[in-house]
Design a protein around this ligand. Structure first.
Ligand code: SF4
Ligand code: SF4
Length: 119
């Protein structure tokens, strides 16, 4: 539901990213595309690359700014080409439960609404 809200309605506040981000090692990637299929943020594309060491000539490429650090890509990568690295930015604390998530979301919506009406 949250990802649908993000992708279909552009509700950026419906997603909280973790304090990690994925990183792909292209020379280990075998171009299977599993990570791209699994990524809920559509942050990974399979592209032709000179860095590819596989027969397909393709590697997985990440758009880091889209990555929320969920790790589902790394978990199933058959060649362990994906690592999760700690972000450099200030740590964010995810909501403890659905209630806290809802309250934060409502606050963000109010602030966004207030910002628009002040323009
Ligand atoms: S799952 Fe691993 S091997 Fe497959 S495309 Fe992604 S990074 Fe490459
Ligand atoms: S960590 Fe999650 S959001 Fe980031 S690339 Fe992997 S599957 Fe996509």
């Amino acid at each position: 539901m949250w990802f649908k809200a993000y992708h279909e309605f552009g509700h950026e506040g419906s997603i909280d990213r973790s304090n990690y981000r994925a990183e792909i090692e292209p020379d280990r990637c075998k171009g299977c595309g599993l990570c791209a299929k699994r990524c809920p943020m559509e942050a990974i594309q399979l592209v032709e690359s000179e860095q590819a060491t596989n027969k397909l000539g393709k590697v997985a490429v990440l758009e880091t700014e889209k990555c929320i650090g969920c790790g589902v890509c790394a978990y199933k990568c058959p060649t362990q080409s994906i690592q999760l690295l700690k972000r450099d930015e200030e740590e964010t604390v995810p909501p403890e439960d659905q209630r806290q998530f809802g309250m934060r979301w409502a606050e963000e919506m109010m602030l966004a609404h207030r910002g628009k009406s002040e323009i």
